[in-house]
Ligand binder design. Structure first.
Ligand code: BGC
Length: 448
């Protein structure tokens, strides 16, 4: 009996200690960036000159919605910065809208750029670091009419835009994303017919993909060059935000589902990153055609990997193009968009990414569509827990951006999905922080 009591005492104290030790341990090291992310088209409003604006008027959005005034951030931006200040974030990731800056080919709009100059100054006053995305899904409509990324002139056009932005705010921005989720964006346009140019053949994806890799590489060099001209030469970090997803064969013993899941994961998670890491672009199609292009100038053009992670999907092979069907077919616990909540996936993608590419990572997006806000707190907690438990290279995880600060225009899905820590009333544009806003705030404050 004596031994049993001693054993029990030993177990409770040991477990007790390890539990409280864990509770007391900070989640991340000093210098970790706490962040929220948004994108211009989804929050600002009145993006008249963009390709998405034109696309929306053609009736492609759920319930025939259009982005319209979005969250009216263009007028309420100071209120939004005040919210970030209250939240306690150290970094804000946002995008600069190319279609507003260059509404007509070659005509740059100083007034539109002033919006971002003021935004960055106000962030600075509030001790929040700006993290800038240059391309987040939208293009000026004139460029779409000229062929978009399929036209190789887009490379030079992108450089001119990036240079203009740098000249206005560059000296204050140390983190840059050239392009957001390039593979998801191009697969959506060329393989899954979800966004312009609405194709589902895979056949024409080559030219825009190669041009976007080259455009990234050119802008990577341009931003570094511009920074080197400055006296301060503060280190600048340039990368892309890559969409990572875990794919699993729907029918575990079906080899075609296995192969489809493998190709989907490889295409989305690695094709673009491999190209800007080693200068070799390889894309396996779920058909006999493959794409292989040597792009030497892209080699080594990333200082960090931006990780956007949301979910796991099941994959079924189907006989006709696009050859795969993707979804939460087994009805696993999910968000309002039926996206499976799978925090372990974050660990898998981060560990693999750290191992594969010799650069640090930044979680540039992670969040959930959850109108009732009943799942978001757990979602945040479980993903941060997983992230902080990554032993290998913990110090190489630079920060975490929650998607998103505000409810916003969720592309094809319109305004229905609610990703915000802050709820938007779309009649009045009133901002109401949800409980998860205060929950994230307390995590940031305590680093626990
Ligand atoms: C995109 C965001 C989008 C979010 C939620 C990411 O793929 O970068 O623009 O709102 O996911 O779907």
């Amino acid at each position: 009996m004596k031994y049993v009591i001693a054993l029990l005492l030993f177990l409770t104290t040991t477990l007790g200690y390890s539990f409280s030790d864990q509770m007391n341990e900070p989640l991340f090291d000093k210098g970790f960036e706490w962040c929220v992310a948004t994108s211009a088209h989804q929050i600002e409003g009145n993006n008249f000159h963009s390709d998405w604006w034109a696309f929306e008027q053609e009736g492609h959005i759920k319930n025939n919605e259009t982005s319209g005034l979005a969250t009216n951030h263009i007028e309420l931006w100071q209120e939004d910065i005040a919210l970030m200040k209250e939240l306690g974030v150290t970094t804000y990731r946002f995008s600069v809208e190319w279609a507003k800056i260059e509404p007509k080919k070659g005509e740059f709009n100083e007034e539109a750029m002033m919006f971002y100059v003021n935004l960055v100054n106000e962030l600075e006053k509030n001790n929040i670091k700006p993290f800038v995305t240059l391309h987040h899904f939208t293009l000026p409509n004139w460029l779409r009419l000229d062929g978009g990324w399929a036209n190789k002139e887009s490379i030079e056009r992108f450089e001119l835009f990036a240079d203009f932005v740098y000249k206005h705010i560059g000296d204050k921005v140390n983190y840059w994303i050239t392009t957001n989720e390039p593979m998801l964006y191009l697969l959506g346009g060329y393989a899954f017919a979800e966004v312009p140019p609405m194709k589902n053949t895979w056949a024409d994806i080559g030219a825009p993909l190669v041009n976007l890799v080259k455009a990234h590489a050119a802008v990577y060099k341009l931003l570094h060059h511009n920074r080197n001209q400055e006296e301060s030469r503060t280190p600048i970090h340039v990368g892309i935000a890559n969409h990572f997803r875990i794919f699993k064969a729907h029918r575990a013993i079906n080899p075609l589902d296995q192969v489809a899941a493998f190709y989907a994961q490889r295409a989305l998670n690695n094709s673009f990153l491999d190209a800007i890491n080693d200068g070799e672009l390889v894309l396996y199609f779920p058909t006999m055609i493959n794409l292989r292009v040597h792009i030497p100038e892209a080699k080594g053009t990333q200082d960090f990997v931006g990780v956007n992670y949301y979910k796991r999907d099941e994959v079924k092979f189907i006989k006709k193009a696009p050859f795969l069907e993707i979804g939460n077919f087994s009805n696993k616990e999910a968000s309002d968009l039926n996206w499976e909540i799978y925090s372990k996936g974050l660990k898998k993608v981060v560990e693999k990414t750290l191992k594969k590419y010799d650069v640090p990572i930044f979680i540039t997006e992670n969040g959930i569509a959850d109108k009732s806000d009943s799942k978001r707190p757990d979602f945040i907690a479980s993903h941060l827990k997983v992230l902080s438990n990554i032993k290998r290279g913990k110090s190489r995880i630079l920060g975490y951006c929650h998607w998103s600060l505000l409810d916003n225009f969720e592309w094809r899905e319109g305004f229905d999905p609610r990703f915000g820590l802050v709820e938007i009333d779309y009649e009045t544009f009133e901002r109401k922080p949800r409980d998860s806003f205060y929950y994230y705030k307390s995590i940031i404050r305590k680093n626990k």
